[in-house]
Design a protein around this ligand. Structure first.
Ligand SMILES: [Zn+2]
Length: 116
């Protein structure tokens, strides 16, 4: 099975001779929740599904990696997205005023981050 990145708008696939790395969703529940929120994914996604998911290295900054450059720091979460809406969502999320309705893409609060 070809490993692909689950980030919306990213079509990276695992290839031989590629610098792109693929990271698993963290197993620790707090860290896992932070990733799923940043990725705008359902926090109730079953573990079996999560185990198959990979996020590629293009969504992390250099400072998310340990000194070896291949391993993510425990507190690292994906922060770089090509898709503008995903980046806007993350921005709202980081400012702690994102809409709690993760799944409703039509929700007026979705991009503005207003919580009623
Ligand atoms: Zn990716």
């Amino acid at each position: 099975m070809v490993i692909t990145c689950i980030v919306k708008g990213c079509d990276n696939k695992e290839k031989v001779y590629s610098a792109v790395m693929f990271h698993r969703i963290p197993t620790h529940h707090i860290q896992r929740r932070a990733w799923l929120a940043a990725l705008n994914k359902n926090p109730k996604t079953p573990l079996m599904t999560l185990k198959k998911w990979r996020v590629c290295s293009e969504h992390f900054t250099a400072k998310d990696y340990t000194c070896t450059g291949t391993r993510l720091k425990d507190e690292a979460t994906p922060t770089i997205f090509k898709s503008l809406t995903q980046q806007m969502f993350l921005f709202a999320f980081q400012n702690n005023n994102y809409c709690h309705c993760y799944f409703c893409h039509n929700c007026v609060n979705y991009y503005t981050g207003r919580v009623e």
